[in-house]
Design a protein around this ligand. Sequence first.
Ligand SMILES: O=C(CO)COP(=O)(O)O
Length: 252
Amino acid sequence: MPRTPLFAGNWKMHKNVVETLEFLEAFLRKAKDVHGEIAFCPPFTSLWAAAERLKGSGVKIGAQNMHWEDKGAFTGEISPAMLKEIPCDYVIIGHSERRQYFNETDETVNRKVKAALKYAIKPIICVGESLEQREKGKTLSVVLSQVERALEGVDIRDGKELVFAYEPVWAIGTGKVALPSDAQEVIGAIRNKLSELYGARVSQNIRILYGGSVKPENVRDLMAEPDIDGALVGGASLDADTFYRIAAYDQG
Ligand SMILES: O=C(CO)COP(=O)(O)O
């Protein structure tokens, strides 16, 4: 596989600074056998402490959201320049919880993707259909349109500077993981779309993760699919041992 797997923990609104440091201590004691890349995305308030602790460890840091402007009168927002200072390697953009509760749209996702790339922060762009859309047979049209609109006017150099995460909304936090073959069907279609937009070479370099109720028990079957390059993990990333068992799934 031309792509290094990525296992990213999206902690959502969990873990203060003390809890973050306790988690990282426990995780780093184990992390030696992980072959792929690891990233943690704590809340903004824990980012700096996490980045300091992770210096030199090879484990990456990501934020869960950002604004697209460099600075300005945007009360409560965080800019890409601020994330770069931490420094963040990744930023999650367009998570379904932000689309659902905080008015994130394909247009704001697109602006944020461009801003992240300008600062050389790798966006993890989230796409996914709701249960209703799946039941109406609209999964591929919804997801591929999210992909296309996220990338409108976006130049991609070699594909290594961004990541997609396919997260079916009905699988997030529900314990209902997608069948690996269903996840592969959508992720394969995303890769074909990326190939149409940017050519085969670039699309082969873009990592596409699966997210939604990933656990140590189901990660191996997901990773056996040819186009699934890792996982964006919510609930199961909050416990160091559980997340380790996901990331080191191939260590027996
Ligand atoms: O939303 C997710 C990751 O971004 C997935 O959450 P769960 O792993 O808790 O289903």
